[in-house]
Design a protein around this ligand. Structure first.
Ligand SMILES: CC(C)(COP(=O)(O)OP(=O)(O)OC[C@H]1O[C@@H](n2cnc3c(N)ncnc32)[C@H](O)[C@@H]1OP(=O)(O)O)[C@@H](O)C(=O)NCCC(=O)NCCS
Length: 159
């Protein structure tokens, strides 16, 4: 499929993708996820860890999880998707890769009957906040000291 002219396919992560995903992660984030975080989340929800592939090379990924509200140990109808991580290789930004990844994971959340999707983003991460806003996310709160050095903005979107 085309993303603003960039031929791209979105597929589930496999274990063989870990070195390349980690390479992107380390190149972008000052406090990157260790490989074990990727592996753990993949084992928990394999269909909610997606990679974007351009000409055989991974150029981005998104990791999600489902959150189910429980009352007294009883699962309630209310289910939420939660985006844990999303990143696009620096050289492939503003070409629609992030949009394809987030649109696809939102579809996966809908398939699991989630009524909302939420995420946390660093207050200073103005590019990611602009990206989420463009995708219809709204700020619904803040968590003080969510990150060791910074507050988080919580963003949410109805599905
Ligand atoms: C946030 C991120 C995933 C967006 O990926 P992307 O592939 O560049 O996003 P897209 O090309 O799909 O952008 C879609 C729209 O989002 C908005 N947007 C994206 N990046 C933006 C930026 N740096 N500044 C302002 N708006 C931006 C624009 O409206 C853009 O549309 P346009 O290019 O037609 O103007 C990417 O910038 C990234 O990997 N950032 C570093 C990791 C990160 O911060 N992750 C989020 C952690 S919470």
């Amino acid at each position: 499929m085309e993303a603003f002219g960039l031929p791209l396919s979105i597929r589930p992560f496999t274990r063989e993708d870990l070195p390349r995903v980690s390479e992107i992660e380390v190149s972008i984030f000052p406090n990157p996820w260790p490989e074990s975080f990727f592996t753990y989340n993949h084992e928990k929800a394999p269909d909610l860890f997606l990679v974007a592939v351009h000409e055989g090379r991974i150029v981005g990924y998104v990791v999600g999880e489902m959150r189910e509200i429980m009352f007294s140990g009883v699962p309630h109808q209310f289910k939420m998707g939660h985006i844990l991580n999303i990143a696009v290789d620096t050289g492939c930004r503003r070409m629609g890769v992030g949009t394809r990844l987030i649109d696809t994971i939102e579809d996966r959340f809908r398939e699991r009957n989630a009524s909302k999707v939420t995420l946390e983003v660093r207050e200073s991460n103005s590019s990611a906040r602009a990206f989420y806003q463009r995708r219809g996310y709204e700020e619904i709160g803040r968590v003080r000291a969510y990150y060791p050095d910074e507050d988080a903005v919580i963003m949410s979107k109805d599905l």
